[in-house]
Ligand binder design. Structure first.
Ligand SMILES: [Cu+2]
Length: 479
């Protein structure tokens, strides 16, 4: 099975997506097709329905526990960490390999691990009471799955996430291409921000009324891989793959690489149709960007990377110093050449569901964030029916209306989607996503073809908003 296939219309009944075959074959007849069927036909070959296992198993042991680490500016910080590291270890496998994670909880609270962005069996998704019981203090759980996509994923708790992620529990899962492009180097940068108290420790309490009423908890210390003042030293002639993740509870970053030759090649881990300049992308909590950085053979100029989410108050993220011998990097084409459907008229398909995002007074925090007027119990203990049911392998058009004056980065578990329109104006982002910001009072349209059956979470990835109820579930049923 291939990861990308450059077809716009299905070529034959041998199309890689078996569930699309019936529609693809019907599409060759003279019957007029609905917009949804055309969208499905265009989707064929975008990504595989199933992984093709190589038979290789990679086993990792992961323990969550309190730790004290030199972070931010190097002072000792009391955190919660995976394997004593913040960020946690980067788990690295190759496409087709099976990952097994033997997890132990040494925290004073129950927890789970959610594999953000990974299309996996529902039982491995790490949502307490929905896909598994929470792992109690002292307990263990084994996660095992074979990723279907070569991608930049990440993992984090799905229990009291606004506290557990803020304390330092997150890590990156890299699934390399079956044949990785020959970059001279690959870097993983986890962006985060920290809100500290007067003693320099993580400020408590969590879920304050301010954070809940605004766009979540925004810290004052911005870090890359847990540290401020990041300086990257590179050699002229290098070509670097930079995997960027925003692990913050609420902060949005808009990275600007300035004069650097920097191109986005993947969003939320999946390759683009073609590379685009690395500026202006709103990297919401949960989003990932893979950046292709090329350093001219003759360059020696220093570079700076800035966050320009607030144009008037930019934050310096890192500096780059070019020095040393000329690096011999082979010439190769950008890996960003995925089949991403145009879906130019998909926004005209019937709407499967219109999600309304809003807030109400009340609930355990005094403010409840709602989807369709309902705040989901953050413990997930009280079962509620799914908001909408999709059929596996069928195209679905979904609309969101943000009635509130705050932003909501909406994240779907278990499925990627494409943004079709903002405020009724069609957009053609050349990529799929698993997280997109719905701005204040904004309306958006997305299109999705779910590939995995089960009951999947959909929630705001501002973790305080999710904690205060902005979560729901989507059921994906077998056709
Ligand atoms: Cu929100």
């Amino acid at each position: 099975m291939r990861y990308v296939e450059h077809v716009v219309v299905p070529r034959s009944c041998l199309a890689v997506l078996s569930f699309a075959v019936a529609t693809a074959c019907r599409s060759s007849s003279s019957l007029p097709r609905s917009v949804g069927e055309r969208a499905l036909a265009e989707f064929v070959g975008s990504y595989p329905e199933d992984a093709t296992p190589t038979g290789v198993m990679r086993t990792f042991d992961l323990t969550a526990a309190p730790a004290e680490l030199p972070l931010i500016d190097g002072k000792k910080l009391q955190v919660w960490a995976y394997n004593g590291q913040v960020p946690g270890p980067t788990l690295r496998v190759r496409l087709g390999e099976t990952i097994r994670v033997r997890f132990t909880n040494r925290l004073p609270q129950e927890t789970t691990i959610h594999w953000h962005g990974v299309r996996l069996p529902n039982a491995m998704d790490g949502v307490p009471y929905l896909t598994q019981p929470p792992v109690p203090p002292g307990g263990t759980f084994t996660y095992e799955f074979t990723p279907k996509d070569a991608s930049t994923f990440w993992f984090h708790p799905h229990v009291r996430a606004s506290e557990q992620v803020e304390r330092g529990l997150y890590g990156v899962l890299v699934v390399e291409d079956a044949k990785p492009p020959p970059y001279s180097r690959e870097l993983v940068w986890v962006l985060d921000d920290w809100l500290l108290d007067a003693s320099g420790q993580i400020a408590t309490p969590f879920n304050t009324r301010h954070d809940l009423a605004m766009d979540g908890r925004w810290g004052t210390a911005i870090t890359i891989n847990g540290l401020t003042e990041t300086v990257m030293k590179v050699q002229p002639g290098e070509r670097i793959r930079l995997r960027l993740l925003n692990s913050a509870n609420g902060r949005v970053f808009t990275p600007d690489f300035g004069d650097l030759d920097a191109k986005i090649i993947a969003v939320d881990g999946l390759y683009l149709r073609a590379p685009i300049p690395a500026r202006g992308f709103e990297l919401a909590p949960g989003n990932r960007l893979d950046i292709d950085l090329s350093f001219d053979r003759s360059t020696s100029a220093p570079f700076e990377i800035w966050d320009r989410y607030f144009a008037q108050r930019p934050n310096k993220l890192a500096s780059i110093e070019v020095e040393g011998e000329l690096a011999q990097t082979p010439t190769f084409a950008s890996p960003a050449s995925a089949h991403v459907p145009l879906w130019s008229d998909a926004v005209d398909a019937p709407i499967a569901h219109d999600f309304h995002l809003d807030a109400q007074q009340g609930g355990p925090f005094g403010i409840a964030w709602t989807i369709d007027g309902i705040a989901m119990d953050s413990s997930h203990r009280h079962a509620m029916p799914p908001s909408v049911t999709f059929e596996r392998g069928r195209f679905a058009h979904v609309h969101f209306t943000n009635e509130s004056p705050r932003i909501h980065p909406i994240h779907t578990h278990g499925m990627f989607f494409r943004l079709l329109a903002r405020n009724g104006v069609r957009v053609d982002e050349p990529f799929f996503r698993d997280t997109v910001i719905v701005h204040p009072r904004e309306q958006i349209d997305i299109g999705v073809v779910p590939t995995d059956a089960g009951t999947w979470m959909m929630h705001c990835h501002i973790l305080e908003h999710a904690e205060a109820g902005m979560m729901t579930t989507i059921a994906v049923t077998e056709p």
